[in-house]
Design a protein around this ligand. Structure first.
Ligand SMILES: Nc1ncnc2c1ncn2[C@@H]1O[C@H](COP(=O)(O)OP(=O)(O)OP(=O)(O)O)[C@@H](O)[C@H]1O
Ligand SMILES: [Mg+2]
Length: 432
């Protein structure tokens, strides 16, 4: 290798250990020494090799996370050395060192798997910044891997993600509800996962092979809800050219999920109550009653007790639906689940798009600070947007919607105070 003048050393501060092992491969002792000094100041454990052969021997016997490889070693082709290192340590990050005016070879090396390059002569500061970047990259990679493993083994209940104590309590109730046939009233703000919970109750119960039929009482016009739920006979109304079974009959043996049940008109509330109590329905326009065998789950984001007090929801139906009830906490009251949910959604989005995505610390802090009025759905949408608009592998705070990255860092109020253990610590490698 030819000479490579290193510019005057800048004072370097000692950093805490990062536990990464760096192998410096260079035939020039002065360069090895300077690289070693900078790397050690950043907390790397270092090993040195003065030839490609020497490097291979070390790689075969030691744990190496990062290799700083001079592309111009005597008697060895730089690209061949790169290939050999990649073969021996596929997960190692390789940074190549090239001579001035040979950037072309660095580009070639990066095409062949090198992570980055530095051109001689380089300053200690340049090297220091480069190694810091490598260290951050590896930490993020480890965090993402740890998170993925954690997610696989500790997601929550079925496909419901969350390990907050309130969620654990919820899973216990879901487990019980799944094995009973009573109606269940699922309460929670918009986007908290009410439909997910309804599905979990159905699909973890003994009748999972029977139909699960959701009915959105909020978006259908009243006459349509009635004919959808109870069915109709031919000629019952204009356009009823043939009879049709109602969903309460079609779901035979399974579940009908009445979403936004609070929006049900009062006259239909009476019909529904009768259907649940008597286990039979009368299709629109028919005089005959049909027996039904169906489990009712209902959800609402409205305060039904208040609706009862105001006379817009029947008290008797409320009691019927409310045999078992469960309330899903809003996301702002279980902020410790934000990292887990984020990891889960990013993993899914990465898989769908084929591009691995991770989140920077500043972005995670912004997610933790936001109040999430739209709850988990809002978080899911926010990450979807961020992935769509970010070209690189890491999503930064600035890539998040302005409503989120503009949030002041952790607003502490009675309702939103963070738990004592710092939630984004859990997102890191600490076991939960
Ligand atoms: N705990 C969770 N784990 C994983 N995904 C979740 C969770 N909670 C909600 N989601 C996702 O968030 C979105 C909204 O969930 P869902 O439709 O069940 O909420 P909802 O309470 O019924 O909302 P709305 O009141 O607006 O109908 C869905 O895409 C769902 O997959
Ligand atoms: Mg819903």
């Amino acid at each position: 290798m030819t000479t490579a003048a290193l510019s005057a050393p800048t004072p370097v501060q000692m950093e805490p250990a990062n536990f990464l092992n760096l192998l410096i491969v260079d035939d020039e002792r002065a360069i090895r020494e300077v690289c070693r000094e900078v790397a050690q100041s950043l907390g790397f454990n270092t090993a040195v090799a003065d030839s490609a052969e020497h490097a291979y021997r070390l790689l075969d016997t030691q744990n190496i996370d990062v290799v700083l490889l001079d592309l111009k070693l005597p008697g060895a082709s730089g690209l061949e050395a790169l290939h050999q290192i990649g073969e021996r340590k596929p997960d190692a990050v390789i940074v190549v060192v090239t001579g001035y005016g040979t950037v072309q070879s660095a580009v070639q090396a990066m095409k062949n798997g090198a992570y980055d390059y530095v051109t001689k002569p380089f300053s200690m500061e340049e090297l220091r910044l480069l190694l810091e970047r490598v260290s951050d990259h590896l930490k993020l990679k480890t965090e993402n891997r740890t998170l993925r493993e954690k997610i696989k083994s500790k997601l929550g209940f079925g496909s419901i993600v969350g390990r907050a104590p309130e969620m654990e309590k919820l899973y216990r109730i879901i487990g019980k509800a799944a094995h009973s046939s009573h109606p269940v009233l699922i309460l929670g703000e918009s986007g908290t996962g009410k439909e997910m919970v309804a599905r979990s109750i159905h699909f973890s119960g003994p009748f999972r092979d029977k139909p699960f039929i959701p009915v959105d009482c909020g978006s259908l016009v009243p006459t349509l809800i009635e004919s959808e739920l109870f069915g109709y006979v031919k000629g019952a109304f204009t356009g009823a050219v043939q009879s049709r079974d109602g969903l309460l009959a079609i779901a035979e043996g399974g579940t009908v999920f009445l979403d936004e049940v609070g929006e049900l008109p009062v006259d239909l509330q009476a019909k529904l109550l009768r259907a649940i109590q008597e286990r039979e329905i009368r299709p629109v326009g028919s005089t005959k009653r049909i027996a039904i065998n169906v489990r009712i789950l209902a959800a609402t984001n409205r305060d039904l007790e208040q609706a009862v007090a105001q006379g817009t929801f029947r008290r008797d139906l409320y009691f019927r639906l409310n045999v078992l009830s469960l309330k899903i906490p809003p996301l702002r009251e279980r902020r410790q689940d934000i990292p887990l949910l984020t990891g889960y959604f990013l993993e899914r989005l990465s898989r769908d798009s084929g591009h691995e995505r991770s989140l920077s610390d500043d972005a995670m802090k912004a997610l933790l600070a936001h109040d999430w009025p739209g709850n988990v759905r809002e978080l899911e949408n926010c990450l979807e947007r961020a992935c769509a608009f970010t070209s690189g592998p890491v999503i930064h705070q600035a890539d998040l919607p302005s409503a989120i990255h503009g949030a002041p860092f952790i607003r502490r109020t009675e309702a939103t105070a963070r738990p004592k253990s710092c939630p984004w610590r859990n997102w890191r490698n600490t076991p939960s």
